[in-house]
Design a protein around this ligand. Sequence first.
Ligand SMILES: [Ca+2]
Length: 137
Amino acid sequence: MNALINYFALLLTGVMLQAQNTVEVTMTNFSSNEGTVKVGLYDSQGTWLEKEYKSADSTIANETAKVTFIDVPDGVYAVSCFHDEDDDGVFDMYLGFMPKEDYGCSNGATGMFGPPKWEDAKFTLKKNETKLVSIKL
Ligand SMILES: [Ca+2]
């Protein structure tokens, strides 16, 4: 019996040491309810806008959408999303560099001449927090 209690105590300690955070992303100001919104959570500057740590899709209702990322370890993250209005899975561009579909990032980061910067979009997660990220497209 004692061994069993010790086992569960150990298990619980393990769970508590691995702080898991939640990121709730609320996106507003879509130009229409067409298509889907694609949301990416990135965990390093090196992968920013290249390879998502986690990704999620959502439909849009009332020009608003919401996705939630759960079980996110402590660290530094940034979120970007784009409105895939024609639902082709691609962030459409004019001439390969002018965004044709609306997009947004955490902290309201935007790119003046080029893509939004990691430094402007990043935020820190720690100690089982629930981070609310609001993005206005
Ligand atoms: Ca598209």
